[in-house]
Ligand binder design. Structure first.
Ligand code: PLP
Length: 401
């Protein structure tokens, strides 16, 4: 295995120069160039191995190069790789039925390619459902995506400001404040958009009773309740959906999914129940690639493995192990659910800790100056968690010491 140093290896440096020349500056220069992956391990172009503790931003639910996904994708691309929605393809039909059944009986599905597109579809559903209402309520700190509709309900002013004007009639409320939500939602509100656990804001679960209040005020006013499960869905929280952990008694009107759904392939879904599921009319919305059979085959394989290997149970067990093992004076506390944790630090050293952890062979994500996000693949073993925690502790020791 190549030695890890503060400086990029020669091949990585060459890739970074090419990246900077070819791509827009929106991502900055990535510190690593990845060549291959297997399970929860990845190797960079200089041959250095890393333990991947955030799975491509909570995406690779089954880790890298899972044999069931490889088999499903390979078989499908050899059979038919794309059809568009002008025709039915078998895999999208199966996936639509499966997602509908997961939500319950009358749910209807729109398939797309990413989380932000799932949110765009949800916004259109709420607009069509309530022709005469345009107000959307969303939470401060929330993240729903980068396209202009999803950005309009993203409660992070710095991300929105450069692109104003955005959608009008969006009201932000402090996340977790049930009374503020109660006061904001009226009979002019089309929908309330909430993440059951704020992901990009640092893995912050909704306080007890908050989502239940959201359900209650939506029922009282006729507003739709949209739960954004793009990051928390597909098992990461130890259940198919994170709201089944944080608020098990409620049902959303609309659910958005993406990230883990495709086991590494790009796919998103907007799923709506009851009248909301019938809101979109022919011609109202579409996506050339939405429901692509290869992406759907990957999603079906991912759901199969999660079910057959009881990865929901594994996410609960391993997640508890991870949270319990994180114990260092630089850590204030650890929050989150399942294999989705925010490690809250006492000082704003998260970016440095991320870089030091890399030198100890672990990939973690500084989601803010004081929070490290951990979201490993659901197949992570107990030993791999121990190794990852040891690397993170070493990094904390060096940066905080
Ligand atoms: N919604 C939530 C809750 C997310 O966490 C994200 C991405 O981090 C998105 C939407 C946007 O998803 P994508 O990056 O696939 O467009």
């Amino acid at each position: 295995m190549a030695e890890k140093t503060d400086h990029p290896g020669a091949v990585t440096a060459e890739r970074q120069a090419r990246w900077n020349a070819a791509f827009m500056a929106n991502y900055g220069t990535p510190p690593l160039a990845i060549e291959r992956g297997s399970g929860v391990h990845v190797w960079d172009v200089d041959g250095t191995e890393y333990l991947d503790l955030y799975a491509g931003i909570a995406v690779s639910a089954l880790g890298h190069a899972h044999p069931t996904v490889i088999e499903a994708v390979s078989r499908q691309i050899g059979q038919v790789g794309h059809t568009s929605n002008l025709m039915i393809n078998e895999r999208s039909l199966e996936l639509g039925e499966r997602l509908s059944a997961m939500i319950g009986g009358d749910a209807r599905v729109f398939l797309c390619n990413s989380g932000t597109e799932a949110v765009e579809a949800a916004i259109k559903v709420t607009r069509r459902h309530h022709g005469d209402r345009s107000q959307l309520i969303a939470a401060e700190g929330a993240f729903h995506g980068r396209t202009l509709g999803a950005l309009s309900i993203t409660g992070q002013p710095a991300k929105r400001a450069p692109f104003a004007p955005l959608l009008p009639d969006v009201t932000f409320v402090p996340y977790g404040d049930a009374e503020a939500l109660r006061a904001a939602v009226t009979d002019q509100t089309a929908a309330v958009f909430l993440e059951p656990v704020l992901g990009e804001a640092g893995v912050i679960p909704a306080p007890d009773g908050y989502l239940e209040t959201a359900r209650e005020v939506c029922d009282a006013t006729g507003a739709l309740l949209v739960l954004d499960e793009v990051q928390g869905g597909v098992g990461r929280a130890g259940a198919w959906f994170s709201h089944q952990v944080t608020a098990p008694t409620i049902q959303a009107d609309v659910i958005t999914m993406a990230k883990g759904l495709g086991g590494g392939l790009p796919i998103g879904a907007c799923i709506a129940r009851g009248a909301a599921g019938n809101a979109l009319q022919p011609g109202d919305h579409g996506s050339t690639f939405g429901g692509n059979p290869v992406a759907c085959a990957a999603a079906l394989a991912t759901l199969d493995v999660i079910e057959s290997a009881d990865l929901l149970g594994a996410a609960r067990t391993r997640g508890a192990q991870l949270a319990a093992a994180l114990d260092h004076p630089a850590i204030d506390f650890v929050r989150g659910i399942g294999l989705w944790r925010g490690v809250v630090l006492r000082e704003p050293i998260a970016v440095e800790v991320e870089a030091r952890a890399r030198l100890h062979g672990a990939l973690v994500n500084a989601v803010s100056p004081t929070v490290i996000r951990l979201a490993p693949a659901l197949i992570v073993t107990g030993d791999e968690i121990d190794a990852g925690v040891a690397a993170l502790h070493k990094a904390l020791e060096e940066v905080s010491g």
